[in-house]
Design a protein around this ligand. Sequence first.
Ligand SMILES: [Zn+2]
Length: 314
Amino acid sequence: MPEGHTTHALAGRLNRAFAGSPVAVSSPQGRFDDGAALLDGLTLTEASAWGKHLFVEFEGERWLNVHLGLIGRFSVRRHHLGLQPDARPAGMPESQVPPRTQVLLGSQIPVEGQVRLRLLNDAWVGDLRGPTVCAVLTPDKVDQIRARLGPDPLRPDADPGLALHRISGSARPIGELLMDQGVLAGVGNVYRCEVLFRHRVDPFRPGREIRPVTWQAIWDDLVTLMPLGVAFGQILTMDDQVADAMQALAEVTDGSAAAHTEAGTGARLGDRFERRFYLYKRTGEPCRVCGARVRTRLVAGRNLFWCGRCQRRR
Ligand SMILES: [Zn+2]
């Protein structure tokens, strides 16, 4: 299930592949034909993320909005099709070949499954499958969506006070509030469970009983943890893995393990660390700290995992 780190990593991949170049946009599946036609051939300016929403700006103030939902995937990969020399006038560099020509040639790149949206330039292809949202928006509409979202710990401009304001005024349990994208954007079920455990917070405490100092500690922790998720393509919350990841990041000169991995080893993201958590999907197993049985209950539509003995704080 994609959480905010997935969307931010995706925005980075899209920028490295497409930003600054004209992009051929199509809908191999056909369900996004009209939207694709509005973007086809425009230069992609910049992709950015706010929580689980992806916003891709094209020239002419046209915005593509994507939400992956539970099962959506957006793969970005190099293609080695190249453009045949006779597909362009003599002397024209590949980057200036009209997008229409790219689409024709791009049709030679096999389409696997139901591809709602395909982005293509002379070196990269991006295929979007199974999103909850895929739409072309005006700048006003983009602003409206952003105004409804809570602060995102992965955005430098985020204001944690706004989230605290919404939490401290609510009778809903903190375990539910953390999943509300209007309170806090980007946190999904794994980060929710794990960050509450890291601070020993009782997930069933009403928001209005959560102390501001506790909220600030949770926020600061997310600001540390979530960039590791972006860099390594996997959610890391256990102290030993967090320490290793921070050490590894410090050794990467450009500060981005994702860029480093793609450019260098070609290793698949998300495989660097053993998949393990304090609580997530460990129902009935012993708590790694106190040995009590890990419990689970449906909260905000997803299985919340918690330790009833460790998590008493508010
Ligand atoms: Zn415990």
